[in-house]
Design a protein around this ligand. Structure first.
Ligand code: AMP
Length: 215
């Protein structure tokens, strides 16, 4: 199964996508995580991407398409993949379709997760992440056991993402509405769209997602 998780920042694409991919044996491809790794390693890509990401803007399409083209040709994607954070523009969606077609493959589904803006802003400002395994915690709804360190990496302090400040989150929501939301119609008109609520307990949202993927 090859699927795209669509939805605004903070709706739970990463958390739910990670669980879905792990349970089904599919690869999780998070372009945000790939970029954050490149920033941490100070690669040329990381240097180019850092300012753009901190400003809540989008990295150029050709860069992202190149990254995803390479990543989706790795062996662990053979049984399928979950894309989190890609495509984010219509040209990226076109490029994804074309690269799969070149391999005689296609995208099976785009699943849209939704939640109101105020909920997204609230979630993102209480979001904390383990820099080692990228597990995401929420100080309000899903805190780490001791509140400060990763449950799986006890010596590692959690940190907040630089782009999770309220002003940047609002900019990311605007960018989402302008550049990414058109993909909802894009996939709906191709008969590939399923919609799932991103509101509720993690397990409930996951249940709805699993149903959408099965049905
Ligand atoms: P995310 O972790 O998905 O919220 O992504 C964090 C940031 O990485 C975004 O705000 C963008 O600056 C950049 N980014 C991630 N994926 C893409 C993409 N497909 N196209 C352009 N920029 C991206």
């Amino acid at each position: 199964m090859r699927l795209v998780l669509l939805g605004p920042p903070g709706v739970g694409k990463g958390t739910q996508g990670r669980r879905l991919a792990t349970e089904r044996g599919w690869a999780l491809i998070s372009t945000g995580d790939m970029l954050r790794d490149a920033v941490a390693r100070q690669t040329p890509l990381g240097k180019q991407a850092k300012q753009i990401m901190d400003a809540g803007q989008l990295v150029p399409d050709d860069v992202m398409v190149g990254l995803v083209r390479e990543r989706t040709s790795e062996a662990d994607t053979r049984e399928g993949f979950v894309l989190d954070g890609f495509p984010r523009t219509v040209p990226q969606a076109d490029a994804l379709g074309a690269m799969l077609a070149e391999r005689s493959q296609e995208l099976d589904l785009a699943v849209l997760l939704q939640a109101p803006d105020e909920e997204l802003v609230r979630r993102l400002s209480s979001r904390w992440e383990c820099p080692v395994c990228r597990r995401v915690y929420n100080s309000l709804s899903a805190p780490a056991k001791d509140g400060r360190h990763c449950d799986d990496h006890p010596g590692t302090g959690l940190r907040q993402r630089e782009d999770d400040s309220e002003a940047t989150v609002r900019r990311r929501l605007e960018v989402y509405r302008r550049q990414t939301a058109p993909l909802v119609e894009y996939y709906r008109s191709r008969g590939r769209l399923r919609e799932v609520t991103g509101i509720g307990a993690l397990d409930e949202v996951y249940g709805a997602l699993a149903l959408a993927v099965a049905g």
